[in-house]
Ligand binder design. Sequence first.
Ligand code: HEM
Length: 365
Amino acid sequence: MDDVTAPPVRAPRPAVSRRSALLGLAAVGAIAAVDVGGFLCAAGTLDADALTPARLTDRFEEVAGHHDGFRRNHAKGVSATGYFTATGAGSAVSTASVFRIGRIPVTGRFSLSGGNPSTPDAAATVRGLGLAFDLPDGEQWRTAMINTPVFPDRTPDGFYERLLASKADPATGKPDPDRMAAFLSRRPETAAAMNLIRQHPWTSGFDNSTYYGLNAFLCTNDTGVTVPVRWTLVPEEPARSPGLPGRDYLFDTLTATVSRRPLRWRMLLTIGQPGDRTDDATRPWPPTRQVLDVGTVIIDAVRTEAPHNARDLNFDPLILPTGIAPSDDPLLSARSAVYTESFTRRSGEPKTPALVDVDGVRDDR
Ligand code: HEM
């Protein structure tokens, strides 16, 4: 089987430290060059078998096809705008300006996982929300979250293998069960995470989904104390039945709801304790951990994927404000490098209009 015979892949070094060079950079073009080097030189040398950002990005194309101008993962999506109002509670653990009482403009993007921008909406497809916070003094905070309580993979090479193991067999339209079983037997952490994900209740739409940041970060407050954190957005929208069936029903329902009223999510910061793993997004922290209610994200407009909307943003999880730093989670530097590779490829390609319209308007990519 392909995934078993693939050359061994290596995890990159833990989180890169050129984050500070990014602070304040809103220009996405400038961001495109960052972090690739750290991932390429995983062991300090270039190695033909090493997992590189290009190889990981190629795998998305191998599994979902090549689609000019679109993200290599979470290709189907819409842009959104709104703002964040902070309660001030986050200042207990972080000096980040986003946590000071006030109002911050936010650009967002709702998406479905997978590299095919034409995929029909399905209830069980992983939903994503990317957010970019425009902070005072040109600082930026970017985060991309999904609606599962843990991530299936602990390492980038695990993700690389899983992509292939999950590829639909053309004969059945489903992943080959033998290949998936072989993969899971080599990756018990993924089998355990998938069990947790299966037990997690799946809501009806983007509007009432909880979005999890999953990776751990480090927050430092004004007395110099540093704690590990994970963030979660909890919806204020109630459960409801799914919208009308249709190819884009999840996106259409989102657009229709936001045209009637703004959507709101509480942002919760969970504070890790000594012993809680910060390098393993497949494992939840104990439910007894302290949780801070640090504010509300309000989305009041949904927009097409036209130029200058979130289409031209890279929701690189290492674009962090002063007061929030990466943890030792190996997914973080890999995400940063691969998002940048994906961004660089799609920026240089012709733009075809996105499938999803917003109130009947398609973008003019
Ligand atoms: C090694 C692990 C991962 C890899 C290789 C990966 C890869 C990618 C790629 C290539 C993109 C498209 C980037 C672009 O063109 O702008 C993307 C988007 C996204 N990823 Fe990941 N990802 C990983 C882990 C995660 C995790 C842990 C989460 C959630 C916590 C996540 C959530 C998202 C979301 C929400 C988007 C869409 C963001 C947008 O709308 O632009 N990913 N990912």
